[in-house]
Write a protein that binds this ligand. Structure first.
Ligand code: IMP
Ligand code: MG
Length: 178
């Protein structure tokens, strides 16, 4: 997998997103053949990626969502974000695939993974569209990664800056207009 560099402010184009999502979908489809996976999207950043990815997985599957307290907001004493919205699915004995927009420090997914493992899934894997490994502080490794990127703050395709840009069709580096 290649690290990518920005061109004209666009870090990842619509076409690149579409092609890579299709590749991930067919890999996941092959790996979960004969199974009925449960995709868990982590709100809100996951929504565009999840909705494209699930249509590239030609298997019976279920989806559910979780939401945790947002990036940089207050955390509880163990350093984990609060669960703001929990699953409505019993994951015991299910093949669970967490679908995330981006792994930065890795703290969110490290904590979520610990929490979900307490619920006895048959398997638990992580699919992230983007990975910023240079920022990692928690011990977490995704099973499926769309793109590895350098330490940029990026927006678009579900990712926000102050809740804006989630509807942008491509991924760009956020630059402060001031
Ligand atoms: P982590 O716990 O540090 O891995 O944080 C992951 C979460 O922070 C992601 O799910 C995003 O919601 C948010 N985040 C991290 N980096 C970026 C970025 O470059 N743009 C937008 N959101 C980001
Ligand atoms: Mg997120």
């Amino acid at each position: 997998m290649n690290n990518i560099t920005p061109e004209n402010g666009i870090l990842i184009s619509e076409t690149e997103l579409k092609n890579r999502t299709a590749e991930l979908g067919s890999t996941i489809c092959r790996d979960y053949a004969g199974k009925n996976p449960l995709l868990i999207g982590i709100l809100k950043g996951c929504i565009v990626f999840l909705s494209d990815l699930m249509r590239e997985i030609d298997l019976p599957l279920d989806i559910d969502f979780m939401s945790v307290s947002s990036y940089g907001s207050s955390t509880v004493s163990n350093g984990c974000p609060d669960i703001r919205y929990d699953l409505h699915t019993n994951i015991r004995n299910r093949h669970v695939l967490i679908v995330e927009d981006i792994i930065d420090s890795g703290n969110t997914l490290f904590c979520l993974r610990q929490e979900l493992l307490k619920r006895y899934p048959a398997s638990l894997k992580i699919c992230t569209l983007l990975d910023k490994p240079s920022r990692r502080t928690a011990s977490i490794q995704p099973d499926y990664t769309g793109f590895v990127i350098d330490d940029y703050f990026i927006v678009g395709y579900g990712l926000d800056y102050n809740e804006k840009f989630r509807n942008q069709k491509f991924i760009s580096i956020y630059s402060d207009p001031t």
